[in-house]
Write a protein that binds this ligand. Structure first.
Ligand SMILES: [Zn+2]
Length: 83
């Protein structure tokens, strides 16, 4: 599955955090306080998450589509650096 509860943290996941003002943001450095969910670091999984609105369901708010663009960018950038 693409979205994991915060207890199952692993390095190869992207952390999304719901901030106090209700916006969900990507938290690359694991610094933002708030309720979080983890997405696979995989473009297919991000696309699927976007389609199924699983983050919206997890956090019970509307997700800004820009978040998914940001996630995709992040995966692309990290992928280039990892080899
Ligand atoms: Zn996944």
């Amino acid at each position: 599955m693409c979205v994991l509860p915060s207890s199952q943290t692993k390095k190869k996941f992207l952390r999304c955090v719901k901030q106090k003002d209700s916006a969900v943001v990507l938290d690359i450095q694991n610094k933002i306080f708030g309720r979080s969910a983890y997405l696979c670091m995989d473009l297919q999984c991000v696309k699927r998450a976007s389609k199924t609105n699983i983050l919206g369901k997890t956090f019970k708010i509307n997700i800004d589509p820009l978040l998914f663009e940001e996630l995709c960018e992040c995966i692309k950038n990290l992928g280039e650096n990892s080899e």
